[in-house]
Ligand binder design. Structure first.
Ligand SMILES: *[C@@H]1O[C@H](CO)[C@@H](O)[C@H](O)[C@H]1NC(C)=O
Ligand SMILES: [Cu+2]
Length: 223
């Protein structure tokens, strides 16, 4: 039918123009940081999302397997790091922060064990879910972890389209933690591997009787 093909081509056009997405480009901590892709590895996919649960690009996005041209930002353990995106997040879904300790943040490929530092899920009030859809998201670097190089990873999991595949929007920052202590963070997970197609927070339908939500991945490590 004619109307169907008109709709189909309209949808094709729409998905073509909406391919680029909000990208986390900056990190800041106190007076440190702020430059676009100074301390954050640059993706090469305009954040057209990663959707395959077995994809190594779930670690630091397409183009982010190393960071030779990315600087490493000094951060004291216990301080706050804020990511900034070029435009505010506009697909509903949770935000999570992960870290992995590495010998050298510039060359690390993200194959080392990751621990989760923070989740930002929805809040529920009056039967309505509210998602934090912002340009900036902050995380506190745990005060008890060992000093050294880490990748600090932000992940926004867009679940706005139940029935379609959830979409991962990711960036990794390179940081060098000073101070701290010697607590070994746990639990750790590998990426890919940490997210399963059967996770309730992956399959959730946010439009249908949506009253509670569990962010996918391991539990959050606290000191
Ligand atoms: C918030 O994000 C913007 C980019 O959208 C960035 O320029 C700014 O530095 C960020 N603020 C902080 C505190 O990181
Ligand atoms: Cu989109």
């Amino acid at each position: 039918m004619k109307s169907t093909s008109v709709i189909a081509s309209a949808i094709a056009l729409l998905s073509a123009v909406t391919e680029g997405h909000y990208m986390f480009q900056t990190v800041k901590s106190g007076s440190q940081g702020g430059g676009v892709y100074q301390f954050v590895r640059k993706n090469t996919n305009h954040n057209s999302p990663v959707v395959d649960l077995g994809d190594k690009d779930l670690r630091c996005n397409v183009g982010g397997t190393s960071g030779a041209s990315t600087e490493t930002m000094p951060v004291a353990a216990g301080s706050t790091v804020t990511f900034g995106a070029d435009t505010a997040v506009y697909h509903q879904g949770p935000i999570s922060f992960y870290m992995t300790q590495v010998p050298d943040a510039k060359t690390a490929d993200g194959s080392t064990p990751w621990f989760k530092v923070k989740d930002i899920g929805p809040t529920f009030a009056g039967g309505q879910a509210k998602w934090d859809m912002s340009k900036n998201y902050s995380v506190k670097i745990p005060s008890c972890i060992a000093p050294g190089d880490y990748l600090l990873r932000i992940q926004q999991l867009a679940i706005h389209n139940p029935g379609g595949k959830p979409q991962f929007y990711i960036s990794c920052a390179q940081i060098k933690v000073s101070g701290g202590a010697s607590t070994l963070p746990k639990p750790t997970v590998s990426i890919p591997g940490a997210f399963k197609a059967s996770d309730s927070g992956y399959t959730a339908n946010i439009y249908n009787n949506f009253k509670s939500y569990t962010v996918p991945g391991p539990s959050v490590f606290t000191c």
